[in-house]
Write a new protein. Structure first.
Length: 49
């Protein structure tokens, strides 16, 4: 999360592409889903700008 904070200061971001069910579960459980951008495909992540 330290990297996430540094990226946010520079208007950067972390995008997670096509996570497994287990990873999605952990993201929801830890509330990280609200901080990180999750996309089903690389194309959709790139289109998000």
């Amino acid at each position: 999360m330290g990297i996430h904070s540094r990226l946010m200061k520079q208007k950067g971001y972390i995008r997670i592409i096509s996570p497994s069910e287990k990873v999605r579960y952990v993201l929801e459980l830890t509330k990280l889903r609200s901080l990180l951008q999750v996309f089903p495909t690389l194309e959709q992540a790139l289109q998000a700008g």
